[in-house]
Design a protein around this ligand. Sequence first.
Ligand SMILES: *Cc1c(COP(=O)(O)O)cnc(C)c1O
Length: 429
Amino acid sequence: MNGKIENPDLDFDRQHIWHPYSTMLSPPPVYPVTAASGSRLTLADGRELVDGMSSWWSVIHGYNHPRLNRAAHEQIGAFAHVMFGGLTHNPAIELAKRLIAITPEPLDKVFLCDSGSVAVEIAIKMAIQYWHARRRPGKHKLLTIRGGYHGDTFAAMSVCDPVTGMHEIFTEVLPRQYFAPRPECRFGEPWDETDIQGLAGLLAENHGSIAALILEPVVQGAGGMWFYSPEYLKEARRLCDAHEVLLIADEIATGFGRTGRLFACEHAGITPDILCLGKAMTGGYLSLAATLTSSLIAETISAGGAGCFMHGPTFMGNPLACRIACESIDLLLESPWRERVATIENRLRTALAPCREFAAVKEVRVLGAIGVVELHEAPDLRALQQKLVDKLVWVRPFGRLVYIMPAYNINEDDLAFLIGKMVEAVGEL
Ligand SMILES: *Cc1c(COP(=O)(O)O)cnc(C)c1O
């Protein structure tokens, strides 16, 4: 293998390589990418697609960004990795400083790990160890809301929506958690207090066995692309305090500006006890995630019987990923990201609106730089994917949802093209 790969071996790929949630029996086609720059993906056959996915929320500055490239090269020139047990380095220190500065107080203790699912596992372990240290080991269950997605590892799976969570096969193996109904009160609609009753009831009845409530603030991602009222979050925070239950906010998808606020919790003005970050943290360059908590919780855990927090992955605090994350955060904060996200939001609102006229469409939802078209029925996803690629856009529908979350710096023409083709494809269903 030398430099440019002009003709990827697709037969080999089909026969030997798993793709996300894929099958090894007649797998759907995968499209070989040979270059990616800005909001464009180049396929091996020379076609250029306008990217609507930001590689699952992560590539917020576009592909192949000169500043992120430079940061990566500089760090590789110094050292790409060293173990984090007993050693430390500037990239991790600088990243933790930035994360503490931009997240709400009093979150000031940072655990750096490799992926979103692991950040969720860590958050859950923190909550359980916290109550164990407080001599209330019976508080080890989790409460969550339906329609959520928190990752593919076992504890994370146990709090994914039991129906859309794609994990039904594992039901017997997974720890049983408490599920409140999905919030029905929409983002931007007047608050209806009956919406919190399900959660309130579960907390009142079971708080003695619940370590934490875990949820995605305001925007539920892979579990259904659903946007709910920040008032729900405020109430959830209040109820957690009243019942001595920790609140874990999973901002792995929503973090770093996607919803129009730097973090979605800001829509409600609340601070979680534990915060999970991931996806966009390195601008989509490398897998890196973080779990933040307060001094109070961190010190309680540390004073407990175990004498330490029981987690420490091999690639913890990977310097290359941390260095790129620092650059990505600086790039974001120096950019007019609020205006950019607001501009994308306005564009999505006007340009997706015609979808409402189509018979196949149940609903159109927009929040921040996220545009969702929900269909009445799941379409033939293979055919729809093919159609979208033929129209030269990279949009990857799942279930009944056709959605996009472009890079914040996508240019006007590409954005108009992307939304236009998405509307066209939905209209042809
Ligand atoms: C993607 C996602 C995860 C899992 O992150 P991975 O990096 O895929 O393990 C967890 N929670 C939310 C809200 C996510 O969107």
